[in-house]
Design a protein around this ligand. Structure first.
Ligand code: ATP
Ligand code: MG
Length: 396
């Protein structure tokens, strides 16, 4: 008898008029994610996504793990479908969850009857199934208040489903319902976490990385590609734009006062990012900036770097402690790659005494010997677009 997954929808249940659009986007996202694992049927009924393997070849464990990183799902469970009939339900529980019950000290049955045509109400179903299970598992007592294990019975439209405790889903909103944004992705810990956090709000992600060959190595670039790939586990495939930044950095080094190096460089990054973002239909930029973390992340510094763009800049980590950011990086699987020791272009020409309280006037003055437009144009012509996806198979 086969096993299927039920994915319960999160906040999207609340979204009234948009609900249909959200649900269909989620179904589409789940379908796409399941392709790598074989033939699965994916459908939505009663605010639940059903994921059903259609043949023996399906990689059910791989699919289950992938479902845990799909945004818009608040919780998920593996379950066994059966006839809407008490004997069939009892037999399904025994066959599917009997071993779990044998290992538990106590249990209860929790039932939900969304098909009101079923003759027993939920309390009666729980009593009936619970009574039979208690007899069959004398070492596992009934405890309706603090059970060590809970058996769930759901009477739905198509069938009855039995399962053990659900696990938490990835939360958030389905990818694609919140527009598209461009993340400035460095090789550090912060920016992949920032991309993940905005992706969680239903936003499609595109990334941009500034690369200063030969000051930074091919290994540093490979690391960024790998970070982007790790983030696609959550946000789906993305484009990573790699911009050659060497000429701009050398021009800054040769023509500007040292204390402003980082800020001028960051202003170029923002401006170039916005140009690509607008070209690709993005509505915002994302950075991993964090208030007070380094000299270029004071309020005054953020004001002068933000001044070159008119798009919203999302900085989801701005108020977090490093420890909190690291915890998320570890959870989403980017930390080990982020801490590989390859240099970022920001560290190449770091000023000895960076300006922490700059004014816009000072920046404009410091940049006066640069031909900004020409440098930006040249950088835009250098862009390498890399298509990044979690799995290598084409079409997934
Ligand atoms: P991260 O850990 O993300 O590198 P950070 O704390 O090292 O962040 P900075 O180096 O000051 O901070 O960079 C701030 C933000 O600017 C980064 O989070 C990222 O969004 C962006 N950024 C920095 N370097 C690059 C780069 N080479 N390419 C693209 N974006 C960058
Ligand atoms: Mg950095």
């Amino acid at each position: 008898m086969k096993e299927i997954f039920l994915l319960k929808l999160g906040e999207i249940v609340l979204k009234g008029a948009n609900k249909r659009q959200f649900e269909s986007r989620l179904r589409q996202n789940v379908r796409r994610r399941m392709k790598a694992y074989g033939n699965f049927d994916v459908y939505i009924m009663q605010s639940t996504v059903y994921v059903e393997p259609m043949d023996e070849m399906a990689d059910v464990d791989g699919a289950w793990e992938a479902c845990g990183s799909i945004f818009g799902v608040v919780s998920l469970c593996r379950c066994r479908p059966c006839e809407k009939d008490l004997d069939a339900i009892y037999n399904a529980v025994e066959a599917y969850l009997g071993e779990d019950l044998d290992c538990a000290e106590s249990f209860k049955v929790e039932s939900k009857r969304s098909d009101k045509r079923f003759p027993l109400n939920s309390i009666a179903i729980s009593q009936e199934i619970g009574g039979r299970l208690a007899e069959a598992h004398p070492n596992c007592r009934v405890d309706v208040h603090h059970p060590a294990y809970t058996v769930y019975v759901e009477i739905r439209d198509l069938a009855a489903y039995v399962h053990g405790p659900a696990v938490p889903g990835a939360g958030g909103l389905p990818t694609g319902v919140g527009g598209r944004a461009m993340c400035l992705l460095s090789g550090g810990i912060d920016s992949p976490v920032a991309a993940y956090m905005i992706a969680k709000r239903g936003v499609e992600i595109e990334c941009i990385h500034f690369f200063s060959y030969p000051y930074t190595s091919q290994l540093a670039k490979d690391k960024v590609i790998e970070l982007a790939r790790l983030v696609t586990k959550y946000c789906g495939k993305m484009t990573l734009n790699v911009v050659s930044f060497t000429q701009i950095q050398e021009a800054i080094r040769d023509n500007c006062p040292e204390e402003f190096f980082t800020l001028i460089m960051r202003r170029f990054m923002m401006e170039i990012s916005q140009k690509l973002a607008k070209r690709d239909g993005c509505g915002a930029l994302i950075t991993g900036e964090n208030l007070g973390q380094v000299a270029s992340q004071t309020m005054e510094a953020m004001a002068v770097t933000g001044a070159v763009v008119d798009m919203p800049i999302f900085m989801p980590l701005v108020g977090m402690d490093k420890e909190e950011i690291v915890t998320i990086a570890r959870k989403i699987g980017t930390l080990d790659t982020s801490i590989l020791p390859y240099e970022d272009c920001c560290t190449v020409f770091t000023p000895r005494h960076p300006k922490t309280k700059p004014s816009l006037g000072q920046l404009i003055h410091a940049e006066r010997n640069l031909d900004r437009e020409a440098l930006i144009q040249q950088a835009l012509e250098s862009v390498e677009r890399i298509s990044v996806r979690y799995h290598d198979e084409p079409g997934i």
